[in-house]
Design a binder for this molecule. Structure first.
Ligand SMILES: NC(=O)c1ccc[n+]([C@@H]2O[C@H](COP(=O)([O-])OP(=O)(O)OC[C@H]3O[C@@H](n4cnc5c(N)ncnc54)[C@H](OP(=O)(O)O)[C@@H]3O)[C@@H](O)[C@H]2O)c1
Length: 228
């Protein structure tokens, strides 16, 4: 299976590994990140853009005028620890993790619906059900992210356009910087999961599933005031 994909947030981590994998599978890929890309491939094109900039939707519009992708994967994300002495990064986390995804969806879903085909995948997190005191904005942005994609997927169900929310636990990238990272997935394994989602187009995919009871325990501990 191949086609033409956009990957937003792909100069590092999961987005970079997915870009490489899709290129080896014969896909054409356009990547968007704040940095230049080190990838060099005749089927790869890179655009430097920040999803929080005011002209980001215009950048997407210009790209759409050339080609409407079959697949869009939103991988851009940041995860900063809460600093009670300086909370200015809190709103930026929402801008990158949540609003950037909503702006991307707003650009690509309408033409996909008109065409009657397409697939939008967003990388959320198992943290979408948590309220961790050191990752307040991250958890809340992912809660909004997962909830938004669940509704969007229901809205597009009969249009030929699929929406998939992928909820990873820990994946071995620079983002997973804590000391405790149970059941961490190697990045290539995370990409295996994404390939599976591209083929099957589920509304929601959670990996690894063994993290689900751990997350529930963390959530319960939070309710009891024991951390989490
Ligand atoms: N790693 C994990 O444990 C884990 C677990 C669950 C969910 N996730 C989610 O998976 C996604 C990818 O995470 P990752 O681990 O691959 O992170 P990563 O290694 O830090 O990569 C993040 C990517 O996002 C891009 N990015 C960041 N801010 C951006 C902006 N303002 N505009 C455009 N691009 C931007 C970065 O490129 P530039 O710096 O060049 O812009 C980079 O390519 C995130 O949404 C994350 O929340 C990760």
């Amino acid at each position: 299976m191949s086609g033409f994909a956009w990957i937003i947030g792909n100069t590092d981590g999961i987005g970079r590994a997915l870009t490489r994998r899709l290129l080896t599978r014969g896909w054409g890929v356009t990547g968007i990140s704040r940095s230049e890309s080190e990838l060099s491939d005749s089927r790869y094109e890179h655009h430097v853009a920040d999803v929080t900039e005011q002209d980001f939707p215009l950048t997407l519009q210009r790209l759409l005028e050339r080609h409407l992708p079959d697949l869009v994967v939103y991988c851009a994300g940041i995860g900063e620890e809460l600093n009670l002495a300086d909370m200015h990064l809190e709103s930026r986390t929402f801008e990158v993790n949540l609003l950037g995804m909503v702006r991307t969806a707003a650009a690509v879903i309408p033409p996909m619906v008109t065409r009657g085909s397409g697939h939008f995948i967003g990388l959320s997190s198992l943290a979408d059900v948590l309220a961790l005191p050191d990752a307040t904005a991250y958890c809340a942005s992912k809660a909004g992210f997962s909830n938004y994609l669940a509704g969007l997927g229901r809205a597009t169900r009969k249009t030929g356009v699929a929406v998939t929310c992928v909820r990873f636990g820990f994946v071995d990238t620079k983002m997973a910087k804590g000391t405790v990272r149970p059941l961490m997935l190697p990045v290539e394994r995370a990409v295996d999961h994404l390939e599976c989602c591209i083929r099957r187009r589920p509304a929601r995919h959670t990996a690894p599933r063994l993290m689900i009871p751990l997350v529930q325990l963390t959530r319960f501990a939070g309710w009891l005031g024991l951390g989490g």
